[in-house]
Design a binder for this molecule. Sequence first.
Ligand SMILES: [Zn+2]
Length: 239
Amino acid sequence: MAEKLYLTDSYLKEFRARVTAIDGNRIYLDKTAFYPSGGGQPSDSGTLVDEVGSKSAVIADVEKSGNEVAHIADEGHGFAIGNSVLGRIDWERRYAHMRYHTALHIIDGVVHRDYQGGITGGQIYEDRARMDFDVPNMDKAMMLSILEKAQEVVNESHAVSVKFLGKEEALSIKELSRTDPGNELLRKLDTVRVIDIEGFDMQMDGGTHVANTREVGSISMLSYENKGSHNKRVTIKLG
Ligand SMILES: [Zn+2]
């Protein structure tokens, strides 16, 4: 099983690892800081270079494959099982994903605290993020006020930390998983990874986040779409 370094240290940009398997252009390592796409957060990109710098691969896509992580090289790479590699993730792209991911949790937290209904989906990009809402009577003015309240939380500089909770403790926290209200997934886990925006919101999550809400910066609305009475979509941009 690959050790997933990004689960405990989202600021790790470089790491050393060993190649454990190769399947064509898919390179598997014993540990990795590369985030594989999942939970609305896109995968990382970056490079793998061997110890002496004679072999290298540009990693354009990363996928979870059971307990392993496949680093997909965009062309021939020459790596072999047992090689030591230096991995380096494209930090600008990753950090943008972290800022947007935390911003979405803050918006979700505001909706959860102050409104009925909730968020039904979301997708993070490097330069924007979108969220889908099923909140009664939502209109553009309500959406703008949700974003204003989210901005207040950003400005309050809450620490953001990763916690690993036992199942019983996780089940005792109300609505830790907004997308799984019956906790069906949670019940299958022994340990639950939680993103704690301290003093504001806790959510079960597998993604990478900034360490303090102030790193999110300024939130603005790029677009608001009415896609039906139970489906409103907002796209945000961070500055
Ligand atoms: Zn999340």
